[in-house]
Design a protein around this ligand. Structure first.
Ligand code: AKB
Length: 295
């Protein structure tokens, strides 16, 4: 199954002489730049193209191929895939949860939802890239792979517009001012993961032989914690950290509707997923990265 001994990318299903040609869309969010770095190390700088609809910071522009791509422009995307002989397409284009709530679409419904009227509770199979890709896998054998991430914690990039943002912001506030105002209740438990685990999971899943995949969509999990748990762990290193709470009703409502933990036994069984970072390791890594002078 390609699972045993595959951790940390020891083998790869494609011939090393014939690396994939990768396009990452939505590449300037929290995850794209880190994933491009990891994939470039593995497949070569010019085999990984980062893309977005905005201009990249200088260091990203100079670190490897970067182009404009808008996933809503199908022809543009097709042209990029053809011109660059793309074999792996990684979609990171997304709208974060809290921003999404302020910019509601009817995109959650699809052709199998009742239309007139659409009830509150009904079948929701949208014709999103996710739904369409699933169909294309069954109909045409498209090698579609989807990972459901928990909230991702990273030091280099400060997300905005999400519900799990607090778990990144608290580290910056802790080293900068020693005070953090949290926008979720202290006992709100959510699934979380350190970015290194997330990116490694992504590479491992992309490289897993298709024959190992019992499914096309997998949850991945590492840890679950509350703002209270996180504060206690950070205080082991920074005992003076002060955390106050001013709850944002929108984010709290979103968090209260989300899973508190992810069940990910299928990923562990099929392609050997195993996280490296629990809460203590996460806090240590984040404090190392966000502390001035350590960067
Ligand atoms: C968000 O908070 O919206 C994201 C997520 C889905 O976890 N970070």
């Amino acid at each position: 199954t390609g699972t045993g001994g595959r951790r940390h990318g020891s083998t790869r299903s494609e011939d090393a002489a014939d690396p994939p040609k990768v396009l990452i869309t939505g590449g300037l969010g929290q995850l794209g730049v880190g994933l491009a770095k990891l994939l470039r190390r593995r497949f070569g700088k010019n085999n990984v193209i980062l893309s977005d609809i905005k201009k990249p910071p200088k260091h990203v522009f100079h670190s490897g191929p970067f182009i404009y791509s808008d996933i809503l422009d199908h022809k543009n995307l097709r042209e990029i895939v053809v011109n660059n002989n793309i074999s792996w397409l990684v979609h990171y284009s997304a709208v974060l949860s809290a921003v999404g709530e302020n910019n509601l679409t009817i995109g959650a419904f699809g052709p199998s939802s009742p239309r007139d009227p659409a009830p509150e509770l009904c079948v929701q199979r949208p014709r999103t890239i996710y739904g369409v890709s699933k169909y294309y896998h069954h109909r045409y054998g498209l090698d579609f792979r989807c990972l459901r991430y928990p909230g991702i914690i990273s030091a280099d990039f400060q997300p905005g517009g999400g519900t799990t943002d607090y778990a990144v912001q608290i580290f910056h506030a802790a080293v900068k001012s020693g005070h953090f105002e949290c926008n979720l209740h202290s006992d709100t438990r959510l699934p979380m993961m350190y970015i290194d685990d997330c990116l490694r999971a992504t590479l491992e899943m992309l490289e897993a032989p298709a024959s190992a995949l019992g499914a096309r969509t997998y949850n991945i999990n590492a840890m679950s914690f509350t703002p209270g748990d996180l504060t206690r762990e950070i205080r082991k290193a920074l005992p003076d950290l002060r955390v106050t709470y001013r709850v944002d009703p929108l984010r709290q409502a979103i968090a209260d509707s989300w899973p508190m933990a992810f069940e990910d036994s299928a990923a562990r069984r099929d392609w050997g997923w195993k996280h490296d970072y629990d809460l203590a390791e996460l806090v240590q890594a984040m404090l190392t990265h966000v502390t001035p002078g350590n960067r």
